[in-house]
Write a new protein. Sequence first.
Length: 403
Amino acid sequence: MYWEWEIEDNYIKRIPFAADVAEDGANGTEITMAFTERYFEKYDIFKIDESRQQCIVVSRPIRKADNYWEVQVRLIDNTYDTTLDLDACKRGMTCRFQSNAHPELSEEGYIKEQSSVSKHRNYMTMFRNDASYSEQYKLFEESFIKIAQGKGQGDMTETIYKMDPVEKKLLNNFMLSRGQGLLFNKCNINPKTGRPTIVDPDTGRPIPIGDGLVPQIERFASKYAYSKMTLELFNTIIRTLNEKADKSTGNKYHFIMNDKAWTDLQQVLGDYLARFHTDGAYMWSKAANGYVSVGATYDTYIIAGNQISFSTDRALTREFGNDKGYMLCIDLTADASKNQPAVAQFSLKGKEFISNSIAGVGGLNGGQSGPVASPVAGSKLIIHGYAGICVFNPYRSFICQEL
């Protein structure tokens, strides 16, 4: 009921400080720094993210606790006038490995992983929908539907509600449940015990729920809150995603957005084209009858060798509302070595879609003779199936939400 996969992400690992740094390294003195793990070794050069100052480690790490390692460092400068920016070395702030430098006849050296590997796991969810109907309803279903559609009753008859066949209604409900579940469901499996936190109160049977696409992305994605949609926003997103991509060009990013963001996007890209005073046929066309169609629908934006495509999904509108824009960006570039897709659905073999029926008196169509499985004058249709979704590299994703 679960599957695991490993992610190798080529972003540079950032190591947080385990405690505030108290010494400023004035006049070339040594500075004691503490980190949450043993990562920097003697002769390593690292850069402090906030201040961009560079330091070299001059001692082997000393373990004070499992998550507390001390090293002695020196600021790198060509004079002794520079001091450490202590405001950039607070607990929780980060630094990253840059290089190393060794003396002649050096006796030791170390390696650093050029990427980060993490193991992920997700679980199957069983989706099920049932539809029951009486024998009499099935006999007259066609007539009920015609009446609901206003057919055969004259032009003055008003259609009050929509009525679909039971089979269609059941299928639509199943597809909606599975689709929204694979998008939004939150996992309920305890990572320590591997068991669901929710059980059926009547039977004690566990109810496993796997993570949907949005929760997987929200856990690891870069996030950005914007006040107004602009092309600069998309350029920023591309730069951020390119840092985690295998290469700087040739990437394909896809934005899924709610209706508000989709409308804003059309305005932004339309204004972008208008700046160049374009008047080609893609902007307007004149039909044979003399009428002029103005405008276009924009679904792709290309810049710096990377492509962004856009689509709208009503499920995001229902989930996040339509008064503020919401966009979910996924790197859809397939894995170059394994040709593995960025997102995939998993299921048990032959169990992704199972359709069953229980025929009662009158059979499935309400007018059949023969053996039945129930003495009730009615029947039941059942659709169920197992499914789970996998975002193979949720680090290469981005979420934007309007303020």
